[in-house]
Design a protein around this ligand. Sequence first.
Ligand code: NAI
Length: 713
Amino acid sequence: MASPSLTLSFPRADLAQITFDTPGKSANILSSSVLDELDAILDGLAANTQLAGLIFVSGKPGVFIAGADLREFVAAMPTITEAETYRLCRRGQQLFARLSQVPFVTVAAIGGTCLGGGAELACWCDRRVMSTHDRCELGLPEVKLGLIPGWGGTARVPRIAGLANAIELITGGEPLDARSAYQWGLADDLVPAERLMAAAQRMVDDEKSSGKFLRDRERWSRPIAIDATELAYLSAAASATIQQQTKGAYPAPIAALELMIEASSDPLETACDKEAQRMSTLFGSPVNKALLNVFFLNDRIKRDSGIAGTETAPRTISHVGIIGAGIMGSGIAAAHVKRGVATRLTDADKNALAKGDRAIFDEVAYNRKAKGPDLQKALQATPLLQCTQDLMELAHCDLVVEAVVENADVKRQVYSRLEPLLGENGLLASNTSTIPISSLANGLKRPDRFCGLHFFNPVRRMQLVEVIRGRETSDETVATLVAHAKRIGKLPIVVRDGPGFLVNRLLSPYMNEALHLLTEGIELREIDRAARWFGMPMGPIALYDMVGIDTAFYAGRTMWEAFPDRVIASPILPALIRKQRLGQKSGKGFYSYQNRKGVPQSDPEMSQLLEPYCQPTRTLPRETLVDRLILPMLLEATRALSEAVVRDPRDVDFGLIFGLGFPAYRGGLLFDLDKEGPRRILERLRPYEALGSRFQPTSYLRQLADRDQRFYQ
Ligand code: NAI
């Protein structure tokens, strides 16, 4: 039998303490065996008439309870019925409800992360004390997995914190820091970590003498007091926000909202029953499965050091230099400054440097809550960023990231000036989006200290970073860059060198196909609309504008040189460049951005500009447009897999979701297509095969179909 996770102790004769500390794990997780342990402990305490209170505490620093055991969810999924899900929810609710029924005060002493089932357990306690520790947070992120809280969260939280707060917390899925939890009434006291236990004990004593907790127990068991007009307003406003955020693709937030609105007029017990019923319809749904897949993709990357074996330790990076203050260089600099890393930025062009400097400050000083600049943040950032035109000032950096124009000669010239200045252990990385790293390393004295470090645009939003191992890149360099990328809040995957690496190699056929469609007479907006309908955050044409037409052209040229059989050298991009229509950065690209909000708008000049290259306007069904855009991407993924560009098919899905914003509710490109299987994909390809080699099935796909296998084994 596994060693217990819960330990019962008695710091005083009238005070019980349950310490949660799963042996050998960094976080406490609520598995079914832990629930059994809790049940048994509560049985034992029921007979103890001396008790004034029970305190829950974690034995792990920085973590109270991270949530339910998701691996148990996945294991149960293939066979579980709705009735069983309902029963499991009811079991959890009834077990936790004992914490609000026992004849003594129950207090959760929360010193760190308190999420999902952990937050539900805490909310069933009479009182919660939280520490002011940075990592102390309380949240119900179930909607991010396509679920709702199922152990009473949707019933307890609205009764404790108010319906409007509960709706925000549960339908948004974002955790609250301790201070906000206190303001919302979800925490009853806020103390420094070292005083957590003392505060919890004091709370037991106060409650015991005042008896206030008994009045709250009674109050929270009833319907919520809210008048019908306010309820209708709350429902309409929240529903509009959710619709705008989810575009109807994620059912859980709306399910949680409807449930909380409906159950607000019910007693607690009925609200719990309705919650279990709702949960049983969501558990195991396609979106739930897809989002669980994304969770595990993420978890896998968080644990990956990027290299085989454990002998090589990553070095620490304290000072970072960035060359090129354009879209990417300034984004990369901001990412570092936001994480407190001393950063030096340089650019050959004084104006570009000044513009980059301003963009970085705007970004790092921005306060999301206040929707404007924050003086405190600006003051913290000021000493961390230095802009200079003197390359010499980057000499002491542990890592220099080059983000100059996508031109191999220019990049090599930069390296030849920089490399002699760097210290013995200084690392050099390129943010190139397509140029093979090993070819950029030609001429370097220390190619082992050179690597690709490919951030995605916009850096503040895209979490992915590709760490590209050149032919001579050392394990230490790879491990250091993987660790460094994680430190600045990014999700790194290690990919093999080659044109476009992984993500741009897969993006290239998608972008390329958009130009084919344009040439065939499909309107810009129709192409973009189809991609968004499929779930992409923006269409390929708008993406050209965001990337920059010149950058996209250079990148496209590299791909065309590498794969001339399936990439076209369209004259459209050079035509835009000749007109200085470089995309968002110049105010005009395929669309015009010369409006107050900078949103893409049709530009009548474009039809004139495109006319010589395009057939007369025509339309195609949306499904056909999606097939045309997505299937070449899939075929490229199968080529990349057979060339071992990544170590696992899951990396393809991870890269597309976190690098391109591929819709998470689909679980990933390969995960999504696995639902239909390779034989069906071959059928879907057939009508397009005449379009050229870019639509011909690959041997990888055929083999899977022959063996009736899936991408995910
Ligand atoms: P950009 O055109 O916005 O900025 C490039 C900057 O480099 C300019 O400010 C320019 O003055 C400066 N520069 C040019 N030559 C220089 C030199 N010799 N020394 C110092 N500075 C020099 O370009 P962007 O978009 O920031 O791209 C930079 C790199 O990042 C390229 O390699 C590109 O392929 C890559 N990249 C671009 C992405 C995008 O979406 N734009 C995405 C990911 C990577």
